[in-house]
Write a protein that binds this ligand. Structure first.
Ligand code: NZQ
Ligand code: ZN
Length: 394
């Protein structure tokens, strides 16, 4: 097992009605001007925005608002937010939404606090931020785990590059309010895409080619089982509070580092492959992951069939004999069957894409940063490998 450091500074406030505390929470922090940042309107329609502003008004906290964040959040909106923060002397950003809104808030926080450079340099990994405006979250979709994570992912419309920021603890939210009821209004496709993303954040850390820790493996396997069980319930009962609550807490635990303790950082190839789909074709992140995962798994499992067999047995109760490869393949099949059972795609076609050979080549070219990098840790993948996986998924 590898050495590790585990640091999760985000205060979690979980449960029914918790978002009504927002005014008091911000008042305690003595913030002078809060930016309420949100998406394309779901929190306006649900009434959440009004509840937030009422709570801030009652507490006497000043604020400005900026909506319009889209899924695969854009750099132009980040620049707009940075300008607003400077004009209004904002000293706290409240992200009310999902991963896209939180990531846009983190990028604005970095941009406003580091006027010495263009914020995009942090996403090109040319520069490292030295500060970030403090961020708080009211989460409306369980998926990205950004409410506790140290990362942010933004799409630059100039070239449609979707890139993750340099990871630092500076952008980790100070608090996250997790009220499972706020997710009731989600379209089913978003709920289930979120479940896939949550699973993937644990699987990316789980599928590594080194000796891991039993305790981390057990936490990961039980987290995966919990998500699978409750994602199925939500297919039929979207208003099931307990299932929503299990998924929401699993979403945060899946991406706050817990399931990576001792696993050396994880693989992350599927996320890298998906980011190109998100940047180029604007697909929903979790659905893109489910379209790719089976192809990735079949491409790499022979590197360590035993690890995949452990996954099959401990997550899907598939008996394991001495033929690890057979059990490994059964486990991959079981996960894909699960994706199908929650109406998630298992190919790019099902994702709504019909890609030509040259489009696939372009995806691999971009994902490999023009053939200058490899991705993955379970198996290192070069540009040719990436192209083959996209082909298998097509
Ligand atoms: O914009 P609105 O109108 O709010 O609609 C959103 C959006 O259309 C809607 N929605 C959210 N909550 C809702 C709701 N609709 C009805 N009722 C509600 N309660 O859902 C749609 C998707 O929202 P989005 O924020 O894009 O979803 P998600 O949380 O899945 O975030 C995806 C983004 O996070 C990034 C992804 O790459 C993607 O850009 N990720 C960020 C990570 C991080 N920072 O640590 C890690 C992840 O791996 C991921 O890459
Ligand atoms: Zn993800």
């Amino acid at each position: 097992m590898r050495n590790f450091e585990y640091y999760t500074p985000t205060r979690i406030i979980f449960g029914k009605d918790t978002h009504y505390q927002i005014g008091d929470l911000l008042k305690q922090g003595n913030y002078k001007k809060v930016l309420i940042h949100y998406g394309s309107g779901s929190i306006v329609r649900s009434g959440l925005l009004k509840e937030i502003t009422d709570s801030l008004d009652t507490a006497g906290v000043s604020y400005v608002t900026l909506g319009g964040v889209v899924p695969n959040p854009r750099l132009s909106k980040v620049y707009e937010g940075i300008r607003l923060c400077r004009e209004e002397q904002v000293d706290f950003i409240l992200a009310a939404g999902g991963g896209s809104v939180i990531d846009s808030s983190k990028a604005i926080g970095y941009g406003a606090a580091n006027p010495w450079t263009d914020v995009w340099n942090f996403f090109l990994k040319k520069k490292t931020p030295t500060d970030c405006l403090p961020i708080g979250v009211i989460l409306t979709i369980a998926a990205s785990g950004s409410e506790m994570s140290s990362s942010a992912v933004i799409t630059n419309e100039d070239g449609w590059l979707k890139r993750g920021c340099v990871k630092t603890d500076l952008c980790r939210p100070k608090f996250a309010i997790l009220n499972p009821r706020l997710t009731y209004t989600l379209p089913q496709y978003q709920t289930e895409s979120g479940c896939v993303d949550i699973l993937m954040h644990t699987m990316e850390r789980y599928f590594v080619n080194l000796e891991t820790m039993e305790v981390t493996d057990s936490i990961s396997e039980s987290l995966m089982q919990t998500v699978i069980y409750n994602a199925r319930i939500l297919m039929n009962e979207p208003g099931n509070y307990n299932a929503r609550a299990e998924i929401m807490w699993a979403g945060s635990l899946s991406h706050n580092g817990l399931t990576g303790c001792g696993t050396g950082g994880g693989d992350w190839a599927c996320h890298q492959l998906e980011h190109e789909l998100g940047g180029q074709y604007d697909v929903t992140h979790g659905a893109g992951l489910s379209a790719l995962w089976g192809s990735w798994a079949r491409y790499v499992y022979k590197e360590n069939p035993e690890r995949f067999a452990q996954f099959a047995t401990n997550v899907f109760h598939i008996p394991c004999g001495l033929d690890f490869e057979k059990t490994a393949l059964q486990g991959i099949q079981a996960m894909e069957d699960f994706f199908r059972s929650i109406q998630m795609p298992t190919s790019l076609h099902q994702l709504g894409l019909d890609l030509t050979d040259s489009q696939i080549h372009d995806l691999a070219f971009r994902c490999s940063f023009e053939d200058t990098r490899t991705i993955g840790a379970f198996m290192q993948l070069n540009m040719k490998d990436m192209e083959k996986i996209y082909h298998m998924a097509n």
